[in-house]
Design a protein around this ligand. Sequence first.
Ligand code: GRF
Length: 199
Amino acid sequence: PTIVVLISGSGSNLQALIDATQSGALKAKIINVISNRKAAYGLERAAQAGIPTQTFSLKQFRDAGKTRVDFDIHVATAIQALRPDLVVLAGWMHILSPEFLSHFPGENVINLHPALPGQFDGAHAIERAFEAFQQGKITHTGVMVHKVIADVDRGQVILQREIPILKTDKLEDLEARIHSVEHEIIVEGAQAFLNALQK
Ligand code: GRF
């Protein structure tokens, strides 16, 4: 099976996927990595692994007088051309429009989100969980891999994992604990999705 991965940043989750395809833990081939930022270090990780990359800049679309939907349709079309079995959002920092998702009726787009279902949808989920913990509102947080639908971070959950928050934690301790779990769950979630496809 083939995978296209979308990134915006350091790509540590992309690296986890790359390592898993090389070790055999993830039985798939990453055929392309797409970034919305030229400077994303994840592009370097892809290049090191010999994986072709593409960059699409929303700013360039805006500067050309195009809309956010034009951008989404362009990216979706580029992905469709590769006919992947699975599209993984690994830190893709854009909310995908319904126009983008309409290109993927097979619901084969999954996203990694560093919070539990319905807890802290959207950006800065880890910081918001840490604040809620400090206010005594929660005792733990988590990470999930879910199918992407137009409603942000609300699609069918494929895998989720609870993560404890310790009294001694500073924000960076929680971030480190969450990221290490992310690197596992993104691989397990991708494999679980592909297994369900084969059935
Ligand atoms: C991860 O925490 C992911 O859950 C969030 O953005 C971060 C991406 O990190 N959406 P990386 O670029 O994979 O290192």
